[in-house]
Design a protein around this ligand. Structure first.
Ligand SMILES: Cc1ncc(COP(=O)(O)O)c(C=O)c1O
Length: 473
């Protein structure tokens, strides 16, 4: 583990890292690693760079967790947060109470979203947006007199969050393993994988592979019974599960199947929403035609927690139809429609629009890709580079021609990510297979892209040399 920072800011004799060990239970962190290696304590950030408490500066190749899209240090967002927290820091939105920022944000989101979206429901995290979507589909079908229509089909290795419902939709094994998940409403089909699965199955075209994957969904709907299946959920580009863009025609083929069996489509745009693929919503890019769109992360660029569920016409119409009897959608959170979070989102959208950052991602995506292809494809352990917009996955393999993976226990991507940290670059090692993920802020310059790619190369070379010395290559 990296020891670039000793985090010497102390309380008496205890460093911050020591104090971290004693009090902070980290998410998704090996308890042993925290004990042995200590935390990397961050203190400030600007643009695409973040510093720890020793003043060591890192390039952020991941925009935090795929979210700081406009970059750090945007005083415009901080000022909006400050102003809103002075005038109305908080009030709830239950029982028809509202606030101006959330009303304006809802109008703005509907104007940016695909044309069939009718209403916006708010929460604080991607996980709660997924839970809300599940309950919306359950309620929608109960309102239609179909209470048995509850199952939701997701995909192996998907990541939709970690709460009980969203964790059940997730297909990442580690999210299920020690929790007895998934619970009974969730089902999983194959993920699209153009690197391994499609060629292994001998498909001549991406369209043929898409038709095959759609057939798998149809077979599952038929096996479960169409009257029991409420929805299908997918990330437009699977993120944590390996950065897997869809094969051509994938969502169109699936749409035909879903329409046939009265199954609603949920697009989890928690990563892809607000420009990461060079469009405001990937649903438009891939012509997904979802009934629900889930957003979080890029909605505020991570400056404050906020999630949104955009509700499509088919579902909203049913809620409107039953509205006559006075019933409420009895779901919502203390922080649903939080005015200060909405103000942060408005300022974030202002920046994206004024600086044309969504268009910039679309324009720069080929440059981003070529920068990495040029610097990495010759390396022995780089098996595949795949990308969409400013989302990239680099798959590391023990044998390129055979596409043979390393032993999972060797955690090669994790080692590369730590080596990158020694080179002052932050990137993510994904939990399944050895995939490095890059998702830089939209403002990343061509020079910084080249530096990031050079540092990824240096980290991969370091680990390759270590593996050779250990006799593992
Ligand atoms: C596609 C997707 N959905 C949902 C989530 C869960 O979001 P959160 O961590 O805010 O609960 C994530 C988080 O990475 C995600 O990538």
């Amino acid at each position: 583990m990296d020891t670039a920072g000793t985090n010497a800011v102390s309380n008496g004799n205890m460093s911050l890292a020591d104090r971290d060990r004693e009090g902070f239970f980290h998410p998704f962190t090996s308890i042993r690693d925290q004990r042995v290696n200590g935390a990397l304590v961050m203190s400030s950030a600007n643009g695409c760079r973040i510093r720890d408490t020793d003043g060591v500066e890192y390039l952020d190749g991941a925009a935090g967790l795929w979210c700081v899209n406009v970059g750090y240090g945007r005083t415009e967002i901080s000022d909006a947060i400050h102003a809103q927290s002075l005038s109305l820091p908080y009030f709830h939105t239950f029982n028809t109470i509202a606030n101006e920022p959330v009303i304006r944000l809802s109008e703005r989101l509907l104007a940016l979203a695909p044309a069939n979206m009718r209403r916006v429901f708010y929460g604080s995290s991607g996980s709660d947006a997924n839970d809300t979507a599940v309950k919306m589909l359950w309620s929608y079908n109960i309102c239609r007199g179909k209470p048995e229509k509850r199952k939701i089909i997701s995909r192996a290795y998907a990541y939709h969050g970690v709460s009980v419902a969203s964790g059940s939709l997730s297909g990442v094994p580690m999210v299920h393993q020690y929790f007895g998940l998934p619970i009974d409403f969730a089902r999983h089909v194959s993920r699209p994988d153009l690197y391994r699965d499609a060629p292994a199955r001998g498909f001549a075209t991406e369209e043929a592979y898409s038709a095959y994957l759609a057939k798998e969904i149809e077979e599952m709907i038929l096996a479960e019974g169409p009257d029991t299946v409420a929805g299908f959920i997918a990330e437009p580009v699977m993120g944590t599960g390996g950065v897997l863009p869809p094969p051509k025609g994938y969502f169109q083929e699936i749409r035909k199947v879903l329409d046939r069996y009265d199954v609603r489509m949920i697009a989890d745009e928690v990563i892809t929403g607000f420009g990461r693929l060079g469009r405001w919503f990937a649903s438009d890019l891939y012509e997904i035609e979802p009934d629900l769109i889930l957003a979080a992360k890029g909605l505020t660029s991570g400056y404050l927690p906020l999630s949104a569920v955009l509700v499509g016409e088919k579902i909203w119409d049913v809620f409107e139809t039953v509205a006559g009897d006075g019933r409420a959608f009895a779901h919502g959170f203390t922080y649903s429609g939080h005015p200060t979070c909405a103000a942060a989102a408005m300022a974030n959208l202002d920046i994206l629009e004024r600086e044309n950052l969504v268009e910039r991602v679309a324009e720069m995506a080929p440059v981003f890709r070529k920068t990495f292809d040029d610097r990495l494809l010759d390396l022995d352990i780089v098996g595949d580079i795949r990308s969409a917009g400013f989302m990239m996955g680099i798959e590391l393999v023990a044998d390129k021609t055979q596409k043979r993976s390393f032993e999972a226990s060797a955690k090669i991507a994790g080692r590369v990510s730590l080596a990158a940290r020694r080179h002052r670059l932050l990137l993510r090692a994904l939990p399944n297979s050895d995939v490095l993920a890059l998702s830089p802020p939209f403002i990343t310059t061509t020079e910084d892209m080249a530096t990031i790619a050079d540092l990824v190369r240096a980290a991969i070379v370091d680990v390759t040399d270590e593996l050779k010395a250990e006799g593992l290559l």
